[in-house]
Write a protein of this length. Structure first.
Lengths: 445, 86
């Protein structure tokens, strides 16, 4: 067995080597992902994160030369309920990673927004804004419920920058109370001024934010639909440049469908012109929700996968730069990670989509409906259609998640293989670069 | 004595693990052997050392003194990670 990547170290504490037993027929695990790259064959284990070079036999028995593959769980006993096994491993890792208290609060200062994005799932909701009383109570609630470590405040909306005064107040009060915190934010970026960037750095402890862009200028205008028909396209690109210059990492989420896809090269060209510190900017494409849930999702995912080199060539970081294939993630989203969402009316939710049935309390009374939260976040009931899936360990394993993909398995396969190939190339390049660097001892001064 | 509420018992296949929940004094994972797993199972309810030894004597064919020493050793380990409520 030629090992390319070691298994996840933390997971290895609980996923014990599987001892080969006589008389048992072993078959490839449901979690293995075989793929080829540069005329070589590889197998990646989606649960353990181990990767090997080579192929797996269709079946094997102890002593036939495959005991190492059995030990590493690339081969498992025929008929093993691997979903149940995964569920117990994931449950344990979630328990292990859990902290006392809330580690992350997603705060929605307002549901109001200066844009009317055509795809917005909050459309039709009242643009409620936090009252001063709600702001003060939010601080009290955080002080009472927070984890005893650095907490994360995730500013979300609506457009959170319609209310910088609320962000100021909450951050200032937490600082007065000596609460260690950092901020992240999801924004359309149109209201970011040099003064706001300064606040982000010095007052809000904000090191990273996400800005949504919806294509090149004509698509951006048509899809963002800012009030007053304003065109913020160039201003937002300029802002991304300034943010990256200030050392704030920007993730640009480009919401795509077939309509705005042709304009993507132009968008990247424009971004290249406006952003100097490209190393601080990650660009990723996300199919709109209706595309993901529709029959056309695979074609869109294919285009997105094929476009990754464009982002790379433009000098920006892609998600593959960030995604670690070497670590098992116990929590797939905020809802199963113990985070809480505070709505502008003080309601508490486990998910930023704020499904009404998941409301579990408010900032004044705390948790009043634990059952609603528990039911929404239950992780012990994998969807029937997902039980045999290769990518179960890389996916949301609870049935209440509002996201759906029509062809999620194929989309996962395509994206994962593309990212694994990227990782192999990157590792190879790094090895080659290191080999070319002279040792310090060899340096002639 | 019994297992503290912030220690959760989780089984994966035939192996028992003991996981602390946001515990400040101990943040590892305990993997139990068969004897330890038996004792941890006993400690899910309020019990005494003698009751655990009695239960083990019914289960295992070994001298009482040996079992007593094993139980003492495992209880000491559990105490050292603050997993017991006494």
């Amino acid at each position: 067995m030629i090992e390319i990547c070691k298994p996840d170290a933390a997971l290895a504490k609980v996923v014990l080597p599987q001892k080969a037993q006589p008389g048992i027929s072993y078959v490839p695990s449901q979690f293995v992902l075989p793929f080829s790259h540069n005329e070589k064959q590889y197998v990646f284990h989606v649960l353990t994160k181990q990767m090997i070079e080579g192929t797996l036999p269709d079946s094997a028995h102890m002593g036939e030369g495959f005991d190492d593959l059995i030990e590493a769980m690339f081969l498992v006993p025929e008929g093993k309920d691997e979903c149940a096994y995964y569920e117990s491993v994931a449950q344990l890792m979630r328990l292990y990673g859990r902290t006392k208290g809330v580690p992350t609060y997603t705060i929605m200062p307002t549901l109001g927004c200066n844009a009317r994005c055509v795809y917005c799932y909050e459309e039709g909701r009242k643009p409620v804004k936090m009252t001063p009383e709600h702001v003060e109570q939010t601080v009290r609630y955080i002080l009472k419920t927070r984890a005893n470590k650095k907490i994360t405040l995730s500013w979300f909306g609506g457009e959170p920058l319609l209310c910088p005064d609320i962000i100021d107040r909450i951050c200032d009060r937490l600082r007065e109370e000596n609460v260690p915190f950092r901020s992240i934010m999801v924004t359309n970026g149109s209201l970011i001024t040099p003064g706001i960037i300064e606040k982000m750095r010095t007052r809000w402890n904000l090191g990273r934010l996400q800005i949504s862009l919806d294509g090149a200028e004509p698509d951006y205008i048509a899809r963002k639909r800012y009030y007053g028909d304003s065109d913020h396209y160039h201003a937002v690109l300029h802002t991304i440049g300034r943010l990256s210059e200030a050392g704030i990492h920007v993730t640009v989420r480009v919401n795509v469908d077939e309509g705005n896809w042709p304009g993507i090269p132009l968008l990247l060209d424009d971004m290249k012109r406006f952003v100097e510190h490209k190393e601080h900017v990650t660009v990723y494409f996300s199919p709109l929700m209706n595309v993901r849930a529709g029959e056309g999702d695979l074609g869109m995912w294919k285009k997105i996968t094929d476009a990754a080199p464009l982002v790379d060539q433009a000098g920006f970081r892609t998600l593959a730069h960030l995604r670690s294939f070497r670590k098992f993630r116990a929590n797939r989203c905020m809802a199963d990670g113990g985070s809480e969402v505070i709505g502008p009316d003080g309601s508490l939710y486990p998910c930023e989509h704020c499904p009404p049935e998941s409301r579990f309390g408010d900032i004044f009374n705390g948790t009043t409906d634990e059952k609603a939260r528990r039911e929404f976040c239950r992780t012990d009931r994998t969807r029937e259609m997902c039980r045999k899936c290769t990518f179960l360990p890389d996916c949301t394993s609870f049935a209440s998640c509002p996201w759906t993909d029509a062809h999620c398995k194929e989309a996962h396969r395509m994206n994962s293989i593309a990212d694994l190939r990227y990782m192999l190339d990157r590792d190879k390049n790094q090895r080659e670069e290191q080999a070319q660097e002279p040792d310090e001892d060899d340096t002639v001064c | 004595m019994k297992l503290r509420k912030d220690f959760i018992v989780q089984n994966i296949d035939d192996t028992q693990f003991l996981v602390p929940l946001g515990h400040e004094a101990f943040n590892g994972i305990v993997r139990s052997n068969k004897t330890a797993a038996f004792i941890v199972d006993c400690l899910k309810n309020d019990t005494t050392k003698d009751q655990i030894v009695d239960a083990m004597c019914l289960q295992y064919d070994a001298p009482r003194e040996t079992i007593d020493a094993d139980v003492e050793e495992i209880l000491a380990t559990l105490r050292s990670i603050n997993a017991l409520e006494e």
